[in-house]
Design a protein around this ligand. Sequence first.
Ligand code: BGC
Length: 796
Amino acid sequence: MISHEAYSCEGWCLRETDLDLDVLAQSESLFALSNGHIGWRGNLDEGAPYELPGSYLNGVYELRPLPYAEAGYGYPESGQTMISVANGKLIRLLVDDEPFDVRYGQLHSHERVLDFRAGVLSRSALWSSPAGRTVRVSSTRLVSLAQRSIAAVEYQVEAVDGPVRLVIQSELVVNEPLPPGSDDPRAAAVLESPLRSEMHANDGARAELVHRTEQSGLLVAAAMDHVVDGPDSTHVLAESFDDLGRVSMTVALEPGERLRFVKFVSYGWSAVRSRQELRDQVDAAITGALQGGWEGLLAEQRSYLDDFWARADVQVEGDAEIQQAVRFALFHVLQAGARAERRAIPAKGLTGTGYGGHAFWDTETFVLPVLTYTVPAAAAYALDWRHSTLQPALDRAAQLGMKGAAFPWRTITGAECSSYWPAGTAAFHVGADIADAVVRYLNATGDTDFEQKIGLELLAQTARFWRSLGHHDAQGRFNIDGVTGPDEYSAVADNNVYTNLMAQHNLRSAAAVAKRNPDRARELGIDGEEMAAWCDAARDMRIPYDDELGIHPQAEAFTAHREWDFEGTVPAEYPLLLHFPYFDLYRKQVVKQADLVLAMHLRGEAFSAEQKAANFRYYERLTVRDSSLSACTQAVMAAEVGQLGLAYDYLAEAALMDLENLEHNTRDGVHIASLAGTWIALVAGLGGMRELDGSLSFAPRLPEGVTRLCFRVLFRGRCLQVETTEASTSYSLLEGDALQIFHFGDPVTATTTATSCPTPPPRLLPGESKRPTQPAGREPTLRSGRRRTSARKETP
Ligand code: BGC
């Protein structure tokens, strides 16, 4: 996509200079704006043509039955699907009675720019109607990061070469028709007209609508108001209907004359508040936004982002596309989490309906590491959301006959929505992933308030779950049988190494945090005996090892399985899940996504350098990367075992996942975890950053072609800058007291004065210099040949 000629490579924006309807669906996702509460897909202002219209509110969903061919005990019975709420982006324009529609007349020029620093999507078009009337249209759209319930559009039309009569219909549309669903399990179920009108009203240039979802019973409100600036003859009329709010503006323009207006839109929803309360809420939000006006919204947006980039920017020199991609990625990760505030961060953020708008372990394992070190408050909110879903997780564990909490594989509200239990219910590692994110957040921030109110309870209830799921065998080893690890091409296996290592960390951390918070531990019913039981289980955790092959099997018996016939599988048969039955995938050695390799990243201290190298090589041969969650982890471990070229290739794959539509489903929304993985591949991969027991270490090395990497991380009240060139790395604190860190294992004291440390010569283990191989046809694209060293042009 980025290699599409309509897209240019620039440091701080994504620019499209031609409208190619073949890539419209992807562009709607790429240009989506969100603040984590509201999500507006990048649809054209006039609404058509479109591929997938979408306006979302985090947490607004409808229920749908989950049908089973054969029922079974404990199967989730009801699913949740994120639905589109009122489309407040819509601005229809009629030029002398002809709708502005790029499929008709002539589009002389078109440009859209997503500006990562200003936080706006701007568009300009020069268009002649079929009757030959020419207008210049420009719009700037934002979803406010500062005012959570507000989105706005500034819209201008100018008559170019003759007088025109304009009618503009600025709308709020509910229950827009959606394109039919697809068979791809990663797409969403389509629900027709999920919202029922409760009230509508209009006044002046304002209209508002309140609706209710039929089954989930949520009230959803939207309001819009306009500030119009046009010739005196401009006439404004507001109307409202069940599913439509409309403000029409009519005006006659002479050449060079313009109509400009700002549309303010506010959204709110509630499962509890009344219709009047909700209407007042959206009215109040609009009034607040009108007070500061458009300029105020722009200024707040810029200042929010200035602050973000000052802490979070990653500079990459030598590869202009990766530079652009990492900022694009960070922008979307921020958008997904910034104002989610005790709501989930879905796998696609609020950029599309992929996976039904569900959140998965993606959040804790891929997104929260980025937010923890750049916007820690957003990470705390996301974990607070998990905490708010503890009751359904306790209920689910009880239903499964277990103690503690069984967090769902996929969900919006906290209830399990996966009807496919082998890769849903059985993927119990999600509990340990949540615990890992809690520990990471605590170690990075030292937030004792969070530890007491939220952290300990999450750790304890997940530890309880592991203690009841696993068992000590006759040899005293603690086994966790019948689980599915991250690799969804293996299921219901015994002692999955990733799961066991993460559970071990979970159990130990729960005991340690309970010990330092005795009062809170008592409140949660944790006693000395229970803590001892957690520690015993952690100590005795079974970690299978294949002595003959000298590697860790992903799970018990994995290495005894037959290998997948990679040679006999053609490129069109990937992803395998769409072309082969699961029963066959399950009984062969084939890996969908990093599993054992992810364990080596997140629990690196549990492996020797030799084991890491041997394991990495072994699993490279088997990993097909049918999930976008894999490349970044492979980048991290490739870098650690000294395969820098390969690390670079995987970094590029994670970074370009959406910009190049590598999984062919960017239309359903961007892959937030893979975007977050861009940061992970750069910071944990090339930068070698690890955090263990509250201390940070780095091992930065650059692949050939990347000449400089500079990033910042927030840690314990400090902002640490790490700047690497081929020969050395300099560490400095932008703020805060001296901090001890490690550079290739040696202690370094970082202060506000930069300390430069030389890069030691690479040390490849004997026999490890050869690049590991991947399944035929699944090799990552070589970055070296494709790299663009400088940006085509820079924005001022
Ligand atoms: C992956 C899961 C992931 C989900 C949502 C699946 O394809 O295998 O690990 O959680 O997508 O991103």
